[in-house]
Design a protein around this ligand. Structure first.
Ligand code: HEM
Length: 505
């Protein structure tokens, strides 16, 4: 930055602080804002609380300021709710008022200013997109059409792990193979396509671009331009990279998948309806003029973002917990042996006969919640919550992780103890029937993918435990389960190396 620029920035900061103080004084008279740390001009609470507003840091703040508090991040309002009653108010009772999503300059690029579904505001466009996506993605029929494919993919994982000599000796990073499986599970639904190996160049390009998109969107690097609008011009370089990644990614979806499918459809007899995959339905909606070509690509973008890594992180956490709790792992195995018979491979319909496996999945989603603060909500207009004024366009975070890990509400929540879901919490389901436990959210903006995620988790974890004894690598008696992230997604810091000793039936 040259000197003139620094001077300009300082003058602008001073001017905006004077305005901010003025506005704050005026506002202070009119509005009853939620409690929170005292903000300073321009920066608000940003310098006090820092960038990393993860589920644990926000839980600490909730202990200090209560079940609703306000943080001023520069010019942005951030409201955090941390009680089941207020979660119900935000997600259910006032679900329309708080049913929008926040925007920022980076998300505007990746979503074409809200032409997608996941990050668009609540309204006509969202309703239409969610309706159009429901039949091809989010029904039991989709599960029934695709479950054989998921079972096949899980069997392939088992086969590859068995055939890898390192698996039973030094161990392997199981996640890598599971990532390929998750891409296959979702690309089968979307395009009736799969990738044969981790070396497939198209798979590698997809994975790299999806990774870049997540990194750029979830970085703290652009916070200054988001929180303090006059600094936005300095984001130009960052935004240019975002735009390039976005263009390359959408072009890849278009050229290699959507166009391919269009070509295939034009050569097939029209009555071949039973073989329709999701994109065929979406292209039908485009033909009818309900959505445009860009919307089609943003649907593909949303599935790539929302479906693959979330489910993968949850599988990864479940496996890590099972390795670190061998007695629980053995109980899952014993249940499958008893109910299905040793060596009889688990399939989707078996899930309902395997309550302990279900409890392990629920417990993983509770303790290691993949999206611990849900996807941020937003109120388009001024609103009221718990008797406080919530200014329009505030970012609303529901600390779902705290709700599910609050010692005041759960028995020894820090323990990985699936039995809780068969004992004192046996009525609690993952679909939001209890506002203390919302791994998929609840209400209008809740996760529609729950219907796919739960069977995929069951089949994958089931097959691995059935076919292998999963252990830490030589010289280690526990896996490192240090967490990473939390503000957007919660994953394991170090992908675990796992020894998988095949069972002989
Ligand atoms: C274990 C796996 C998954 C977890 C933990 C999870 C969790 C979530 C959460 C917490 C939300 C936000 C809810 C809210 O803001 O109130 C969400 C939204 C969403 N999820 Fe999932 N999800 C998973 C898998 C999937 C899958 C497999 C798909 C698609 C096939 C999917 C599609 C979506 C979509 C489209 C939304 C946005 C809904 C909207 O804004 O209207 N998710 N998910």
């Amino acid at each position: 930055m040259d000197l003139v620029l620094v001077q300009k920035v300082l003058v602008a900061l001073f001017a905006s602080s004077v305005v901010a103080i003025g506005v704050a004084k005026l506002r202070g008279k009119k509005l009853k804002l939620p409690p929170g740390p005292l903000p300073v001009p321009v920066f608000g609470n940003w310098l006090q609380v820092g960038d990393d507003l993860n589920h644990r840091n926000l839980s600490d703040l909730a202990r200090r300021f209560g079940e609703i508090f306000l943080l001023r991040m520069g010019q942005r309002n951030l409201v955090v709710v941390s009680s089941p009653d207020l979660a119900k108010e935000v997600l259910h009772t006032q679900g329309v008022e708080f049913g929008s999503r926040t925007r920022n300059v980076v998300f505007d690029i990746f979503t074409g200013k809200g032409q997608d579904m996941v990050f668009t505001v609540y309204g006509e466009h969202w309703r239409k997109m969610r309706r159009i996506m429901t039949v091809p993605f989010f029904t039991n029929k989709v599960v029934q059409q695709n479950r054989a494919g998921w079972e096949f993919e899980a069997a392939k994982v088992v086969e590859d792990v068995r055939n890898n000599p390192a698996s039973s000796t030094t161990g392997i990073v199981l996640r890598r193979r599971l990532q390929l499986m998750m891409y296959n599970n979702m690309y089968r639904i979307m395009f009736d396509r799969r990738f044969e190996s981790e070396e497939d160049p198209l798979f590698q390009r997809l994975r790299a671009l999806n990774g870049e998109r997540s990194r750029l969107a979830q970085s703290f690097e652009y916070n200054y331009g988001d929180f303090i609008p006059i600094l936005r011009p300095f984001l130009r370089g960052y935004l240019k990279i975002c735009k390039e990644v976005k263009d390359r990614r959408l072009k890849l979806f278009k050229d290699y998948f959507v166009e391919e499918r269009k070509k295939l459809a034009s050569t097939k007899p029209a009555e071949n309806n039973s073989l329709k995959c999701a994109i065929d339905h979406i292209l039908d909606a485009e033909k009818k003029g309900e959505i445009n070509e860009d919307n089609v690509l943003y649907i593909v973008e949303n599935i790539n973002v929302a479906a693959i890594e979330t489910t993968l992180w949850s599988i990864e956490w479940a496996i890590a917990e099972l390795v670190n709790h061998p007695e629980i792992q053995e109980k899952v195995r014993a249940e499958m042996d008893a109910v299905l018979g040793p060596g009889v491979q688990i399939t989707e319909p078996d899930m309902q006969r395997l309550p302990y496996l279900q409890a392990v999945i629920k417990e993983t989603l509770r303790l290691r919640m993949a999206i611990p603060l849900l996807v941020p909500h937003m109120n388009l207009h001024d609103a009221k919550l718990a008797g406080y004024d919530i200014p329009a366009e505030s970012k609303i975070l529901v600390n779902a992780w705290f709700l599910a890990n609050n010692p005041g509400q759960w028995k020894r929540p820090e323990e990985f103890r699936p039995e809780r879901f068969l004992e004192e919490e046996k009525h609690v389901e993952a679909n939001g029937n209890d506002f203390r436990y919302l791994p998929f959210g609840v209400g209008r903006r809740s996760c529609p993918g729950i219907i796919l995620a739960l069977p995929i988790l069951g089949i994958t974890i089931g097959r691995l435990v059935q076919n292998f004894h999963l252990l830490p690598p030589p010289g280690q008696n526990k896996l490192d389960t240090t967490e990473k992230g939390g503000q957007f997604s919660l994953h394991i810091l170090n992908h675990s190396t796992i020894v998988a000793k095949p069972r002989v039936f």
